[in-house]
Design a protein around this ligand. Structure first.
Ligand code: GDP
Length: 612
């Protein structure tokens, strides 16, 4: 085995510890500088200005903002506070040493060797994608020594006449494009399956668009040729009209007629794939630390975080340290879909690994290193940046929300969902985000596979979210953290229960509705003008009672002449809270002095209505 090269960086300092972005204190002479960092909370700002959090909280209160120590404040607000204290705010300059693309090394052309093609099968529903993938897989299981025990890991490799081909279990067209958008290079060739008895359908066109956008060669497999209604010419004509002219008609696109069900034409298809990949001259450098893409990931009850990776270049080995998405770990085991164990995985090889601390996302890029500390540091830096992004998106205590958006932000219930498999998280998200109770709705801030972590609790605290664990639980230390921060964690294993509870929670959030209840009436017997105060009415309470906080209506000959609040209520010379029927009182009305003898003062109060 060739010796591994240590990855080198284009930038010489690329693996140095990232600079700490703490706010710098100014030299005593010059202006004081506060380095603004995304997601700063009250305590961060206080520390940056070397004052106590209470000072900042007080300043914000004077500006009309009620905050707590952990509350995130937006840049404008930080600037307002800072300027008052004589600080100048400058934005943090992020020296992004943790971006994987910047760590890329250029391969020496002499290290590049041929690698297998990675193939994705696309096409309209029911045209035979799954059957084709199964048939190809079975043809290989039959040859293997593993005795046919297979597991779904999201991708597999077959050996055809000494050449390897990697197939990705179709992730769906949109997922394919999303992965590509995130920089994943996991397809060299797209096979478009079209049923000969059904022809070109909407998703066939969609598949063509996705494949064209990915700029990868296309092979058309005209399937279900065993069917009596099969009409391959019709398919060929329709595809020619879409710009995919078959080679046999003088075009560029190889077509192969198959029956996925009967296993006919499969050899020809594999031969075509190898031919096309030879034209593409697919190469990779195995003599470096591996990098590649996550195809699938889940939380396994026994094994923890399990991820299927496709090595793009380099060689992945058991024992390598991996920075993967926002997580990291040490490769503990490597297995293929036949449960065969490997010690190393070469380029284009799909492999299921265990050993990551958390569950990455499909489409995440991974990189292997030989230094645990550096790997952890890279993952932590990436994670904290991701968190800042989330916080920034969702930060509620901003000037903006204070000025105008208060209503809409108050009408949201923030949730963080953690679950064991992506499927249930997606299902939950879909279900919960649809809930709308009188304009109140759910906002899923984070929905991820994995156990409930400290980072989830911190995010929940900062965004005032409820944490939902679906088939996952927090550890005792995470639970303790949630308790101290007052973060609510709810655990579920049935989807509709979550829905029920969230609906109930939203109902509880509804602003209470009030109804007006008349509590009493008083008749004006005399009026006095008092300078500074205005008109005081001497009354007798004729019905019920008049209370100091009452809302009042002034009725004259049965007509409402004024509606407002009481300004004062007195029994003799003393302020009174309540004056009951049959007693005399003196009262004045806010902003209304035109009270006349004979007027009726009707008092009422607002009562909260029951919500059904
Ligand atoms: P997908 O939705 O594209 O994954 O399609 P499936 O692989 O699930 O196939 C849909 C249906 O078509 C199934 O009932 C298959 O048995 C059937 N089918 C797939 N390939 C063939 C074929 O080559 N011939 C015939 N007759 N049926 C097929």
């Amino acid at each position: 085995m060739p010796k591994q090269n240590k990855p080198m960086n284009k930038k010489s300092n690329a693996y140095h510890k990232p600079t700490q972005h703490t706010a710098k204190k100014a030299k005593p002479s010059g202006p004081q500088i506060l380095t603004y960092k995304d997601g700063m909370n009250v305590s961060d700002v206080a520390k940056a200005m070397d004052v106590s959090s209470a000072v900042i909280i007080k300043k914000l209160m004077l500006m009309g903002m009620m905050t707590s120590v952990n509350q995130i404040i937006d840049r404008d607000t930080v600037e307002l506070v800072a300027i008052e204290e004589g600080f100048e705010v400058v934005d943090e300059v992020i020296t992004d040493v943790t971006r994987f693309d910047e760590m890329d090394i250029e391969d020496d052309p002499k290290d590049l060797v041929k690698r297998p093609p990675i193939v994705t099968i696309m096409g309209h529903v029911d045209h035979g994608k799954t059957t084709l993938l199964d048939t190809i897989r079975k043809s290989r299981v039959a040859q293997s020594e593993a005795g046919g025990i297979t597991q779904h890991i999201g991708a597999y490799q077959v050996d055809y006449k000494g050449e390897k081909v990697t197939f990705i279990d179709t992730p769906g067209h949109a997922a394919f494009t999303e992965m590509r958008a995130r920089g994943a290079k996991v397809t060299d060739i797209v096979i478009i399956v079209v049923a000969a008895d059904d022809g070109v359908m909407p998703q066939t066109i969609e598949a063509i668009d996705h494949a064209k956008a990915a700029k990868v060669p296309i092979i058309v497999a005209v399937n279900k040729m065993d069917r009596p209604q099969a009409n391959p010419e019709k398919v060929m004509t329709a595809l020619s009209e879409k710009g995919l002219t078959p080679e046999e008609w003088g075009g560029q696109i190889p077509f192969v007629k198959i029956s996925a069900l009967k296993g006919e034409g499969i050899d020809q298809l594999l031969e075509l794939i190898i031919l096309v990949s030879e034209v593409e001259e697919l190469k990779a450098n195995p003599k470096r630390f591996a990098q590649g893409t996550v195809i699938e990931a889940r939380l396994d009850k026994g094994r923890g975080s399990v991820a299927t990776l496709i090595v793009e270049s380099g060689t992945l080995r058991v024992g390598d340290y991996l920075a993967c998405g926002n997580t990291y770990g040490k490769v503990r085991t490597m297995e293929d879909d036949l449960k065969k164990r490997y010690k190393e995985a070469l380029p284009a090889m799909p492999i299921e690994i265990t050993g990551l601390n958390e569950v990455p996302k499909a489409g995440d890029i991974f990189k292997a290193f030989d230094d645990e500390k550096m790997t952890r540091q890279i993952a932590e830096e990436r994670q904290s940046r991701e968190r800042e992004k989330e916080l920034k998106k969702r930060s509620k205590t901003s000037l903006e929300s204070l000025m105008g958006d208060m209503e809409s932000s108050e009408k949201e219930l923030n949730l963080i969902i953690k679950g064991d498999v992506n499927g249930s998280i997606e299902a939950l998200k879909g279900l919960l985000e649809k809930i709308d109770i009188e304009g109140f709705h759910v906002n899923v801030i984070r929905g991820e596979v994995g156990a409930i972590s400290e980072s989830d609790v911190t995010l929940a605290n900062a965004t005032q979210s409820i944490l939902i664990g679906f088939n996952v639980r927090p550890t005792a230390s995470v639970k303790a953290l949630a308790d101290t921060q007052g973060v609510e964690i709810r655990l579920y294993s049935i989807i509709y229960r979550v829905q029920e509870d969230i609906e109930a929670a939203l109902k509880g959030m509804l602003a209470p509705k009030f109804e007006e209840i008349v509590i009493g009436q008083a008749e004006v017997r005399e009026t006095f003008k008092v300078s500074k105060i205005g008109t005081i009415a001497g009354c007798i309470v004729t019905d019920g009672s008049i209370i100091r906080e009452a809302l009042v209506r002034v009725l004259r000959n049965g007509i409402v002449v004024y509606e407002g609040k009481l300004a004062s209520l007195k029994r003799f010379k003393d302020d009174a809270k309540e004056v009951r029927q049959g007693f005399e009182c003196g009262l004045s009305i806010e902003n209304f002095n035109d009270i006349k003898v004979g007027d009726i003062i009707e008092a009422s109060k607002m009562k909260e209505m029951e919500i059904v």
